[in-house]
Design a protein. Structure first.
Ligand code: AMO
Length: 429
């Protein structure tokens, strides 16, 4: 129906383009339009003395951000974006845009994030904002490619569930006929069950729901998690999968998204595997030396601690050998020292990106650990049953997609990495 704007060159001769009116500059005898589609921007110049009556009328009537279709001759012009401009022979207003706009798409008037999110469809018309989602789309594609090349099965676990998986975070209850049900916090139990099913290597990219009440710049109530589980593997094996994946995701973005990165003004180095590893006990020592607040072995890491440790460790690194007391029941304790376990977090100086572990695959030990966390094995029967019928040793992790994008692109607020974020105050749009 039209030529994508980035394919229109001075050599094209003629072209028909369709898109949104990005800017209008009326200089009296001459009106310049910038027309934008997903691929780029082209200048359209209407010369009053030369244009047809129909073109003049449309050019006069059209408002910014209306959808238009314009055809005409293309000629080289040094000063115009892309070094070419279009002289219209036809100028059709396909779908007019009301004014004033709820949000300025050319960003002459900066808007706060709430206003932007309220008019998100307009906000993502900005090339700089659309660039985030181009990159997120490339990261998702790179993730599927990475796993399918390595023989993983892509699974889809239920999001309506009857039990919690991650102690500590709250669940969203939902009205589900006469049953008690919740939105799932993590595919954890299901990806483990697929190890009992003999799938051996699985991954899922899907939503997780956390009823965390605090409103922070790195928490969402609906996030996207990349989840992995591998049989006959330990924590070291799956840390390698994770660091290789992150390198591949960065490398793919560097290779395929140079325009989007330029729109955002972002440059990065592709992280190289293997990422450094530091035991939890050493990480706590670094934090205790560098920050003022009291911190002791057995504490979760605060944001200032994470930052302090990151200064020593660099952009991407693992914290390993966590105290069993502060990890979930499914983390495998070390045989020679059960007070620590084969769990890890993959860190960025700004925040945790992923956590994972080798899992307990022995039924009795798992029941014991569930009880030790004050949970009742009865409510986990559907999960525990497979452990009685041949469960291989296995390990896995989950990584937040939005946190990955946020740290890759230096975004200030995690909401910028989601099209329609869900937080305590936001369920619309
Ligand atoms: P965890 O609860 O640490 O582990 O979650 C894994 C990763 O998911 C992301 N994430 C979030 N991102 C944004 N907002 C949130 N509220 C949020 N909660 C979690 C983070 C985090 O590192 N079952 C385990 C994983 C496993 O062991 O396989 C789990 O869910 O990036």
């Amino acid at each position: 129906m039209r030529t994508p704007i980035n394919e229109v060159t001075p050599e094209t001769g003629r072209a028909e383009v369709a898109g949104w009116v990005h800017e209008i500059r009326d200089l009296g005898g001459l009106t310049f339009f910038l027309i934008r589609d997903r691929t780029g921007i082209i200048q359209v110049t209407v010369v009053k003395k030369k244009a047809s009556e129909a073109v003049l009328q449309a050019a006069k009537a059209v408002s910014r951000e209306s959808v238009v279709r314009i055809s005409g001759a293309v000629k080289p012009i040094d000063k115009a974006p892309g070094g070419r401009e279009l002289t219209p022979e036809t100028f059709e207003i396909v779908s007019p845009c009301e004014s004033p706009l709820p949000l300025d798409v050319v960003e002459k008037v900066p808007a706060d994030l709430d206003t932007r999110l309220d008019a998100r469809f307009l906000d993502v018309r900005k090339p700089r904002v659309a660039a985030i989602f181009k990159i997120r789309s490339a990261v998702t594609a790179a993730t599927y490619e990475f796993f399918s090349k390595r023989g993983y099965y892509n699974i889809t676990s239920p999001k309506v569930v009857a039990a919690a998986t991650e102690g500590g975070t709250e669940l969203f209850p939902i009205a589900y006929f006469e049953k008690e049900a919740f939105l799932n916090q993590s595919p954890q139990l299901y990806k483990q069950m697929m190890m009992a099913a003999g799938f051996e290597k699985v991954f899922e990219v899907g939503p997780i729901f956390r009823a965390e009440e605090h409103n922070t710049v790195r928490h969402l109530n609906e996030a996207t998690s990349i989840d992995v589980e591998v049989s006959f593997a330990d924590h070291n094996d799956v840390m390698k999968v994770l660091e290789d994946l992150v390198s591949h995701q960065y490398a793919t973005v560097a290779e395929t998204c140079s325009d989007a990165l330029a729109d955002l003004g972002v440059e990065f180095e592709v992280p190289k595997a293997p990422f450094p590893r530091i035991p939890y006990a050493d990480a706590i020592d670094i934090a205790a030396k560098k920050i003022d607040e009291p911190i002791a072995y057995g504490d979760d890491l605060s944001t200032p601690s994470e930052r302090a440790i990151g200064e020593e460790m660099g952009e991407h690194y693992f914290i390993v050998d966590w105290p069993s007391a502060i990890r979930p029941y499914y983390a495998m304790p070390y045989e020679d020292d059960p007070s620590i376990c084969k769990a890890f977090d993959m860190m960025h100086p700004r925040m945790e990106l992923s956590s994972g572990a080798q899992r307990v695959h022995q039924y009795d030990l798992l029941v014991e650990q569930i009880k030790a966390k004050g949970l009742s094995p009865e409510s986990f029967e559907f999960y525990l049953q497979p452990f009685r019928y041949g469960m291989p040793p296995h390990a896995g992790w989950g990584m937040g997609m939005e946190r990955l994008i946020m740290t890759m692109l230096g975004l200030q607020n995690i909401r910028e990495a989601v099209l329609f974020p869900r937080d305590r105050h936001r369920v619309v749009p």
